[in-house]
Design a protein around this ligand. Structure first.
Ligand code: TEU
Ligand code: CA
Length: 564
């Protein structure tokens, strides 16, 4: 068997993403904050979390909820102070948890000092930190930003326009400028020196543009073309990424996980193999399935068969030497339970089954806040309940494409980023125990049933199931197999069954997950030893066939099981 050559400190960890604004509010202003995260560190340590990624808490106008940074060296007062941040790093460390901050360097805020300096003197030093063009020559190209509309915007008070791949309050930084890159590396090292474990790296594929700008064939009636087209065509991003690794991450031994979209299959090793640009990158294969460049209104649902196919293909492509970061949701995606489970499986049984699959894949699992208690999408019934910038853009896109208001709202309800951004559900009490004040975003009405307090005491809860799966990664008997075992699909053609081996040195595990509500017989391989984990009390085996109940998942040991 081909095994992983060099083991790394983070291989057997489970990571957890906190969306600070919605995690826990310590001072009653309705906004989650860093002291709130500190208060909940024991909860996370108890769950078994080893790496904590916190979405941006830097100074920001919050036009894109902190992904628009106005000062990389400051904490936004709504989230706390620099002292709070230092305390978070130190308190987490005491509990064996490494903190990852979010590194957002494709763009900054239009309220950043660099951008203000560019407005004052577009031809000076800071003008070259951005992509500026002369306004009187018309738009340099017909690209459409991720959040809709042209990506060119007048630079106020000047005769220039500037480029923004995302919102107009997020001007893109010009990575072609070595001075800008030096400033970025200095900032990264300043943070790493404060004791961070590393970074989650935002929208990083966007830093390299195909230049000079040109028009592309329009892909919608607005005559514009999706910005991703230019990113796909750009070449040479490796020079920037390698330079950043050599100047920042390698000397600090940091853990980094890239938000990497659109690379070719044969580039995985270059990105996250040994000495790759990053330690890991998210596997978005299932998340981009069915998405359409036309917009959310045009997306297709994903079935269990689709999920199995794209996930197995991605696992095979990453291979043994790359460690993908596996997710079912994050702050940009709908809730995994609502998306990947059929309707009759959106209950504790289905959620535990999905968790089993996710946590047993090859790679490092990232759990998004609330996933561990089975939080679900929000029943939005009006656009008044929505806050996210991209949701408004997608609503408009749907209307422009001829959808009715009802259809446009349905598309938003299904895919809105706010599905994942509602406050964490701690208790069944007021505001789900998230705040004493009034929450910045409405709490999901299902909080009376789905919350931490309720699930903590229930041995069969989703929360306690996650706890068991997390513990398996460092289990003295099974840990190495879960972390390093080879991934081999089992019976991939059997409908609504997702099954695979993790074949380790001397030990092999078999995961069986019944992705539907009916009983399902599964032929077992020879040499079964025993049940390691089971979402139900029983596993019926008749004539060498496991009779899985609806949405049941089991982890079995196979072959020689020395010492058991
Ligand atoms: O997301 C990058 C990204 O590609 C998004 O366009 C994503 O596809 C979209 O949010 C789905 O609606 C990152 C962050 O994760 C996101 O929260 C930020 O808004 C974005 O970068 C800009 O910083
Ligand atoms: Ca607060």
């Amino acid at each position: 068997m081909e095994i992983f050559m060099k083991t790394q400190w983070w291989h057997n960890k489970v990571a957890y993403q906190v969306y600070p604004k919605s995690f826990y509010d310590s001072n009653g202003d309705g906004i989650g904050d860093i002291p709130g995260i500190i208060e909940k560190l024991d909860y996370l340590a108890d769950l078994g979390i080893g790496i904590l990624w916190i979405s941006p808490v830097y100074a920001s106008p919050l036009a894109d909820e902190g992904y628009d940074i106005s000062d990389y060296y400051a904490i936004d007062p709504r989230f706390g102070t620099m002292d709070d941040m230092d305390r978070l790093i130190a308190e987490a460390k005491k509990r064996g948890i490494s903190i990852l901050m979010d590194l957002v360097v494709n763009h900054c805020s239009d309220e950043h000092e660099w951008f203000k300096a560019a407005m004052r003197d577009p031809n000076g030093k800071y003008g070259r930190y951005f992509y500026l063009e002369d306004a009187d020559r018309g738009l340099p190209c017909n690209l459409r930003s991720y959040f809709g509309g042209t990506m060119w915007e007048p630079l106020p008070g000047t005769d220039k326009i500037y480029l923004h791949s995302f919102h107009k309050k997020q001007p893109d930084l010009n990575w072609e400028n070595p001075g800008l890159r030096r400033d970025i590396y200095k900032m990264i090292n300043w943070w790493l020196d404060r004791g961070l474990g590393g970074f989650r790296i935002d929208a990083i594929m966007n830093i390299k543009k195909a230049l000079p700008f040109k028009d592309y064939p329009a892909d919608r009636d607005d005559g514009l073309c999706f910005v991703g087209k230019m990113i796909d065509e750009a070449e040479g991003i490796g020079e920037f990424l390698g330079e950043m690794r050599d100047n920042c991450f390698a000397p600090h031994g940091s853990f980094t996980v890239g938000e990497v979209f659109n690379i070719r299959d044969d580039e995985k090793e270059e990105f996250i193999g040994e000495d790759g640009y990053f330690s890991s990158m998210f596997d978005f294969a299932a998340h981009i399935f069915g998405q359409s460049r036309n917009g959310w209104y045009d997306a297709d649902d994903i079935t269990p068969e689709d999920y199995k196919r794209v996930t197995f293909a991605a696992q095979e492509n990453f291979g043994q030497h790359c460690f993908p970061a596996n997710i079912i949701e994050n702050h940009d995606q709908p809730r995994g339970a609502s998306r990947y489970l059929p309707e009759d499986g959106r209950n504790p049984a289905g959620k535990k089954m999905l968790a089993t699959v996710l946590m047993m894949l090859h790679g490092i699992p990232f759990i998004y806040q609330g996933q561990e208690i089975g939080m679900e999408n929000v029943p939005f019934d009006s656009m008044d309940q929505v806050d996210d910038v991209s949701s408004f853009a997608e609503y408009q896109t749907a209307l422009d494409a001829g959808c009715s208001e009802k259809e446009a709202l349905a598309a938003v309800a299904k895919y809105s980023r706010d599905n994942a951004r509602t406050p964490m559900q701690w208790t069944g009490g007021e505001n789900a125990g998230f705040t004493d004040g009034s929450p910045w975003l409405r709490v999901n009405p299902n909080f009376t049933e789905i919350n931490v307090a309720e699930e903590r005491d229930d041995p069969d809860s989703v929360l306690n199931w996650y706890r068991k799966l997390i513990a398996l990664r460092t289990d003295p008997t099974w840990g190495d197999t879960v972390v390093y075992g080879e991934m081999i699909p089992y019976l991939p053609g059997q409908k609504d069954l997702m099954a695979f081996f993790r074949k380790g040195e001397g030990r092999t595990l078999l995961v069986l997950a019944n992705f539907q509500g009916e009983r399902q017989p599964v032929v077992l391989p020879d040499g079964l030893c025993h049940v390691v984990l089971n979402t139900e009390r029983e596993l019926n085996i008749i004539d060498g066939e496991a009779q899985l109940g609806g949405y049941q998942a089991v982890i079995l040991s196979v072959g020689d099981c020395p010492g058991l």
